[in-house]
Design a protein around this ligand. Sequence first.
Ligand code: GTP
Length: 253
Amino acid sequence: MPYYIIVLGTAGSGKTTLTSMLMSYLDSHQMDVATVNLDPAVEDLPYNPDVDIREWVDAREVMAKQGLGPNGALIASVDMLALNISELKDQVDSLRSNYVIIDTPGQLEIFAFRDSGPVVLRTIIGDSKAVSLFLIDGLYAVKPSNLFSAMLLSASTFFRIKYPQINVFTKIDLLSEAEYSGLLSMIESPEELASRVVEDAEANLMWSSEEVYSLAEKLYTFESVSVSNNSGQGFDDLYASIQRVVAGGEDYF
Ligand code: GTP
């Protein structure tokens, strides 16, 4: 049975680019890897998906035919896929790869916070093992209050998707050395994150400092790794984290 890697994150966080880089990474380490594109609105992909939702639904066509706006068309497309999931499931089942990477739609809320997205995932994955990668734009996360809110969103997404999750900070190649070390110190320590959030004058906190500390601790249930989808920096760590979750540390290489 394959291991499924679900790539989630807000619009522009780097899902498609990471899918492509992770595929190349696993491939270059002689791993058998396949990709599934679940974004019905994407125009150009930097990889060639083995299974593509656009074979069944195209958000642009739905938009034109049903007179919907972009978000309405995305919602309708994912709902339509959920109604026709068995064909897609059959195609995924025929892949016979060790890893199947699932790239999800641009707008996280349309996929994770409606019924169809989790249903589609559960149908595809069945009893196999899976891990969610929750992508957080590293440039955005350098600010403590942004990082805190992104980690809350990650926890909220886990609450919906329910597979073991790893927070993946992307675009670290765009950070200065000082920004990167500041980000790492917050990623590595809930105390550091909490104290910087409490100090952040722009944070609009509805909690006391103690509550922020205790929440920050809970948010560190997930492992975090930081990567560049351009240079491949951090992908050894990402692979090791994925292995810890899906294979209990067992290594295919
Ligand atoms: P949508 O699905 O369209 O919402 O976006 P996405 O989450 O799939 O993000 P995508 O991979 O399209 O990346 C968004 C932009 O960020 C693109 O211009 C990418 O080239 C860029 N990008 C993604 N990851 C990285 C990274 O690690 N480093 C740099 N420098 N750019 C990145």
